[in-house]
Design a protein around this ligand. Structure first.
Ligand code: NAP
Length: 291
């Protein structure tokens, strides 16, 4: 029996699972790409076993972390006949760390609880490097005793954990507010760089001024340099950033709340996706802003 199951060894999941292994946890892992799972196990001899299906992984451990990308991925893995839910029974614990809609998280929580299990949503703030460095920020809601049981793991993967109550959905709502604000900042930075370059000025010089002033932030420095240098290796894929803006705009729509700046930013990200930049880092949105 492993201590924890980890489902989804993507950009974020691989760093998170690595920090669990470093904390001494015995892992059973499953990810769609079997070669990735095997490579992860080979890098952690004796600590990681590869499961043939997601259901097998869930059956093999009392507590499962999921870090899948999209609603489609969540459906494909959680609801499949050999998926996560199929193996949930009394006492099984599921912690979902993806950025999904509040409605989807609530639906998964209800399905897990209906089978006698416990559920915690725990979307994260932070990207590839914070995931690798154990510096994520968890935005949680759900079963409070599961949060306490998972806390040592969350502490190994992150630097802060926030809890918004038993009602699953609140963590995802907070996450969408955070990523909507980030998406808007990235879109504004992209347009600033595009205007600067089109005006015959240096993008690097523009970012230097931003870094010296009140707008200075790790995002301005990191994404600004990457946009100017056209460095688009994915840390946070553009298609995921657009997904989050889409979810945020839909949440505003549901509440009758106008979000015109987020909606315009979403359109810029959509244009970049349509141009083929979906798999690039989100900073590639600058390509849609350039002439
Ligand atoms: P990712 O690397 O694109 O993918 C995550 C996982 O989803 C991978 O393990 C991938 O499997 C799996 N997957 C995708 N489509 C699938 C399908 N149809 N069936 C089965 N598995 C599928 O995503 P990520 O960047 O790690 O992000 C994971 C989640 O965290 C997303 O919801 C994202 O919005 C959120 N997030 C990301 C960041 C970031 O900076 N990257 C930061 C905060 C939050 P394989 O790799 O095995 O094919």
């Amino acid at each position: 029996m492993a201590d924890v199951a980890f489902i989804g060894l993507g950009i974020m999941g691989v760093g998170m699972a690595d920090n669990l292994a470093k904390a001494g946890r015995k892992l059973v892992v499953w990810t769609r790409d079997a070669a990735k799972a095997r490579a992860f196990a080979d890098a952690h001899p004796g600590a990681v076993e590869v499961a043939p299906t997601a259901a097998h992984a869930v059956r093999t451990a009392p507590l499962t972390y999921c870090m899948l990308s999209t609603l489609e991925a969540s459906t494909a893995v959680f609801d499949a006949p050999d998926g996560v839910l199929a193996a949930v029974g009394p006492g099984k614990c599921v912690v979902d760390c993806a950025t999904l809609t509040p409605e989807r998280m609530a639906e998964m929580a209800a399905a897990v609880r209906a089978k006698g299990g416990k559920f915690l949503e725990a979307p994260v703030s932070g990207s590839k490097k914070p995931a690798a460095d154990g510096q994520l920020i968890f935005l949680t809601a759900g079963d409070a005793d599961l949060l306490e049981a998972a806390r040592p793991d969350l502490d190994a993967m992150g630097k802060a954990t926030h809890y918004y109550g038993a009602d699953v959905g609140a963590g995802s709502r907070m996450k969408l507010c955070v990523n909507m604000t980030m998406g808007v900042q990235i879109a504004a930075l992209a347009e600033g760089i595009a205007l600067c370059e089109a005006s015959g000025l240096s993008g690097d010089a523009f970012v230097e001024v931003l870094k010296q002033g009140a707008m200075s932030s790790p995002l301005i420095a990191g994404k600004g340099a990457a946009m100017v240098g056209r460095q688009y290796a994915p840390q946070f894929p553009l298609e995921h950033a657009q997904k989050d803006l889409r979810f945020a705009v839909a949440a505003g729509d549901k509440l009758g709340l106008a979000l015109p700046v987020a909606a315009a930013s979403n359109e810029l990200f959509k244009r970049a996706r349509a141009a083929g930049n979906g798999g690039d880092d989100c900073c590639a949105v600058v390509e849609a802003a350039r002439k």
